[in-house]
Structures are given as structure tokens and as C-alpha cells.
Design a binder for this molecule. Structure first.
Ligand SMILES: [Zn+2]
Length: 98
């Protein structure tokens, strides 16, 4: 069964739909028109976006640095490593004292 992604038609939506949510559906199943949690109108998003920045600005990973953003991935408890962008290479590592 394919997974479809939904996003609210009019952001922000609720805790479930504000960043979009995924739903497994049969191919012949009708698309959802409402968020199952808050009942707001939702629309089906074609293709999963790599990153969502702000409201509806979808950037592919390679475009993040070009737009002046840095992206980090979590590598441990409170420890992040940079994957792209101009920011520090990592932060919150085991050597860091709070
Ligand atoms: Zn909702």
C-alpha cells in the first residue's frame, strides 16, 4: 500500500497536520479531504519533501545552503552534526558542558 502525504489547505492546522502527515491508503481509496484529528481541510501532497522551512517553503537538501540555511542531523543524545550550510560543524557533543 502506498503512503500518501497530506498537508493542511490553510496552515497552521493542528498538532497532527501542521507539518503534514502520512497515511497508508489503497490505490483505489479516495484521498482524505479532512484532517482526522481537527477536521480542517487537507490536500494530498505529491512526493515527500526533503525539508519544510517555514510555511510551505519546500527546499531540497542541496538548495538549503544556497538559501542560507544550515541543516543538522542528530548523531546522539543532544549531539548534532552539520550536513550542509555555513553553521558550526557540530554542536551539543559529549565534550559540551551545559
Ligand atoms: Zn489537523
Amino acid at each position: 500500500m502506498p503512503t500518501y502525504e497530506y498537508a493542511p489547505v490553510e496552515p497552521p492546522g493542528c498538532a497532527l497536520c501542521c507539518y503534514g502527515f502520512e497515511r497508508m491508503q489503497h490505490l483505489d481509496e479516495a484521498p482524505l479531504t479532512q484532517c482526522p484529528a481537527c477536521g480542517l481541510a487537507v490536500r494530498r501532497v505529491i512526493g515527500a519533501p526533503a525539508v519544510i522551512v517555514g510555511q510551505g517553503h519546500v527546499l531540497k537538501e542541496g538548495n538549503i545552503a544556497r538559501h542560507g540555511f544550515s541543516q543538522y542531523r542528530r548523531v546522539g543524545k543532544g549531539h548534532y552534526e552539520k550536513t550542509t550550510g555555513d553553521g558550526p560543524d557540530s554542536f551539543g557533543g559529549p565534550d559540551t558542558q551545559d
